[in-house]
Design a protein around this ligand. Structure first.
Ligand SMILES: Cc1ncc(COP(=O)(O)OP(=O)(O)O)c(N)n1
Ligand SMILES: Cc1ncsc1CCOP(=O)(O)O
Ligand SMILES: [Mg+2]
Length: 351
């Protein structure tokens, strides 16, 4: 007759099953991230770090733990959340899987204290290494998307703010700045949160104008600052190296200083006088041409640009533009977005 398990042995089996399931979970998540680093980003360094972590997790997956597996008796295999069956973008695939790995490592850390305290310590270390990996990968994604973004919508207060922005996102917009110079902070936070969520769904970058605190509070991708706003060095300290910082410039001295200070992109303008920034002197197309020849980081021509004059700005050398009224006041923001993007993407003749 086979002796039934003692209570102690039964608990041990449960702990082994938890460890087995979570070791699998962490490895699967790491593999999903690794595939993107390798095939999506062609980034050997990030892919290698995923592989190293995967191997480290595998090291703890002993035959003793595997033997405790009881898939048919696991009620959890049937449990899925509708959100797991649908992902809106690569960003959400990555974020969901980082969450999964971090949770799995936390579970491993706690339960392996009942198994092998050295494993608990190793899992804690791995969890911190995964946080670092997440921050480098998300920062990398942000920079890549910034370089690929040619049209930048800067919002103005509007009754149908979210609808207008969503229409532009549907047209292919990948970069949005929330700008409201007069709203009180509770409204500002509410709108920023909603816009960030919308951008997240469409896989677009979300930047907050002027306010580093709001950007951090809503987990924005970055902040846009002007020459009179918070100094770049302080904003960088607060935001870290993975979030984006943009700076407005109106002349070559400001451009060179911005590059030296390590901003991620600059605004170039106002190219034309504009009621959106009343009283600000226009720089004209000369500054656009100067930027085209001298700016080593992404730059966006801004100020008075619309469907009628965008080709003059492009002919002066701009590859990226930022607009407020052209999209916020458009009757059909999707179509205008598509048109502006089609002009920016048009193949330039080679001389
Ligand atoms: C892309 C971009 N370029 C320039 C500005 C203007 O910023 P700033 O000079 O700080 O003026 P305000 O927008 O704060 O009024 C911008 N917002 N975005
Ligand atoms: C915020 C800002 N900074 C320089 S020009 C400008 C406003 C651009 O608005 P519009 O596109 O409506 O002319
Ligand atoms: Mg500002």
């Amino acid at each position: 007759m086979v002796e039934p398990y003692s209570q102690k042995e039964q608990i041990q089996q449960v702990v082994y099953r938890i460890l087995d399931a979570n070791l699998d979970r962490a490895r699967e998540g790491l593999r999903i991230i690794e595939e993107w680093c390798r095939f999506g980003l062609n980034n050997a360094q990030l892919a290698l770090e995923c592989k190293r972590l995967r191997q480290e997790v595998a090291k703890w997956h002993t035959s003793e733990l595997r033997a405790a597996r009881d898939t048919p008796g696991d009620p959890g295999t049937e449990l899925t959340h509708p959100q797991e069956e649908q992902r809106a973008s690569i960003k959400s695939v990555l974020q969901a899987n980082f969450c999964r790995i971090e949770e799995a490592l936390r579970v491993l850390e706690e339960y392996s204290k009942l198994y092998q305290p050295t494993m608990a310590k190793a899992c804690k270390q791995m969890r911190y290494q995964v946080y670092t990996l997440e921050s480098s990968l998300m920062g990398h994604q942000r920079h890549q998307l910034l370089w690929r973004s040619h049209l930048y919508l800067v919002t103005s207060p509007h009754e149908t703010l979210l609808n207008n922005v969503e229409a532009a996102l549907k047209g292919g917009l990948t970069l949005l700045q929330y700008r409201d110079k007069t709203a009180d902070d509770s409204l500002r936070l509410e709108q920023a949160r909603k816009l960030r969520q919308l951008c997240h769904i469409y896989g677009a970058l979300f930047i907050v104008n002027d306010r580093v605190d709001v950007a951090l509070a809503v987990d924005a991708d970055g902040v846009h600052l002007g020459q009179q706003d918070m100094p770049i060095a302080i904003a960088r300290q607060l935001l870290g190296s993975q979030r984006l910082i943009g700076l407005s410039t109106t002349n070559k001295e400001e451009m060179q200083a911005a590059i030296a200070e390590g901003v991620d992109y600059i605004g170039v303008g106002p190219v034309y006088e504009t009621p959106t920034k009343l009283g600000k002197v226009a720089t004209g197309l000369e500054y656009v041409s100067y930027a085209a020849k001298n700016c080593s980081i992404p730059w966006f021509a801004i100020g008075g640009i619309d469907a009628n004059n965008i080709n003059d700005v492009i002919d002066a050398g701009a590859e990226r533009v930022a607009v407020v009224r052209s999209l916020m006041q458009a009757e059909q923001p999707t179509l205008v977005t598509q048109y502006l993007l089609s002009q920016l993407n048009r193949i330039k003749p080679e001389f």
